[in-house]
Design a binder for this molecule. Sequence first.
Ligand SMILES: Nc1ncnc2c1ncn2[C@@H]1O[C@H](COP(=O)(O)OP(=O)(O)OP(=O)(O)O)[C@@H](O)[C@H]1O
Length: 568
Amino acid sequence: MWRNSAGRLSRNFYQQCRLYSRGKKQLIASKNSQRLDAKPTEKSDKSKLFAFGNFSALKNPEKKQIETSHAAIDKIVSFDSLRIFPTVRAAMMKEIKKGYNLKNTYVKSIDEVEIKPSPVQIAAIRKINQPRRVAAKNLEKAGTDILSEVMEENEKRKLKIFTIAAETGSGKTWAYLAPVLSMLKQDDMALYNRSPAALQEAQRSASIRSVILLPTHELVDQVYDTLKYVATAPLDSSVDIPKKVFASKEFESYFKDEANASSLNLNVFKWSVGDSPSKLFNKADSRRIDVLITTPGKIQSLKRLTNYERPFKYFKFVDYCVVDEADTLVNESWFEETALTLQLFGKLKDLILCSATIPKEFEKAIQRLFTSKDSIIRIVTPQIHKIPKQIVVKVIDAEQSPFHGSKSRCLAQALYAIHNDGTESGFVKRVIVFVNEKKHVEPLVETLVQKYHHKEEDVVGISGSDDHRDRAEKILPFVNPAASLEGEATKLKILVTTDLLARGLNFHSIKNVILMDIPKTSIDLIHRIGRTGRMRQSGRVFVIIDKKSRKSWIKGLPRAIKAGATLG
Ligand SMILES: Nc1ncnc2c1ncn2[C@@H]1O[C@H](COP(=O)(O)OP(=O)(O)OP(=O)(O)O)[C@@H](O)[C@H]1O
């Protein structure tokens, strides 16, 4: 019912979206593929679960799924053992090294650092970037060449759906970029080796090959910055491409043309807040867009255009789509925009849904978005829903003296202690303070400046009420590497914000996060804590509680994290 004769998504999708939003219908049919689905967690694991009442909102994947990932992960220690297109691997290493945090390490130069794949990168790259081949036994059964050719063509076009779920700061962005960019380059090489002119012709077609969907413009900027760098990073084939690659005829003929070996030569485009539709159309008309980074809302805004015929025509040939922060983009308030956007990609080959948590609602939305549970290949890392052990969590009770119930006095004291604790010497210290409500952001900034004498230029507040240009400006000192002090006295920069900036943002080596309020759910707790302790770095989290928020269970959090408990 969902697919037309060519097996693609049918046109009456929109009405069904309405039915779905009333909880009546399933939406996207998809072909069967490997099933590694999660079942309810066994009782025995409950003992290690840190879950409380309606705070608990996470679905724990089944042990079998975790073991599958464990097995895949243990065997691999280098990117060279993973199937990544050679120039993609080289550009990725350069990009990771460019952003690597050498602060307070004993490493003198980045060249001494060996970049190893993180668990989620190993599991995702192995599972996603698989050659699309029909199983030999099925080809035998086919008998005739024509039928086996049709089967191989179908296999190539079959929609494969993957979910990636891995702890915060574990490198999920490259876990999906490496396979997607590799597939784009593999497609380029196949076409080039058939005929260089055919590749040039394809590059002139007004179309979009892959789309990365994110919930906020900050995240669009962040992923775009990564892609903008790798798309044109200069490569030296004599150094960046291992000799053994040239043993393959395919690569040898492709890289003979220096232009194919000297950079990825990909056309990446960010279409974000304030950008007009014509900016997107002109970009696509001038050269095929290899990767579009945007939000579902921006794409759906094209529906309102009256002066363009068929504004969605550019999306007809999208091969690969990533829904990052998918637990946000498929939850109730975003679902319809995301589902309608996915429906535009009628010839999609790979759909990747990526998130740091698996909320219970996420599972329900996925199972209603895709007709049968076994149409999804799930990639879950063993540390999912665990707080990385290198993060130390402390609970501070504002009811104790000398705070006498004042959380802001408690905050001021914690900031003072961080400012004078001798850590991060030689660099400006940066602290992120999370509050639950955006209306509390500015008053807290005021209090820190007026009452606790922090300098105005050292305390910024960011919430959804701010204009996106101001937000982008204010956030820079926290997403860029720490500025060095050059002999000045220690300095503390404070960012007061809400969950708007808790998801996905790759704050650069932030060592301290303070939660002024207990988050509403364990999902928000994981995302807020995950702004520190990223990619195996250390971090500290201070949770301030008082009579109102005082929940004895939160006092058990530090111990639970130390014991490696899974948040529920
Ligand atoms: N293999 C690696 N080795 C070292 N650093 C890496 C590696 N892969 C990625 N990084 C760096 O780790 C940091 C975190 O990566 P990323 O933002 O993708 O994490 P994430 O899992 O998406 O986090 P979140 O769940 O918060 O979105 C980035 O600065 C990235 O450059």
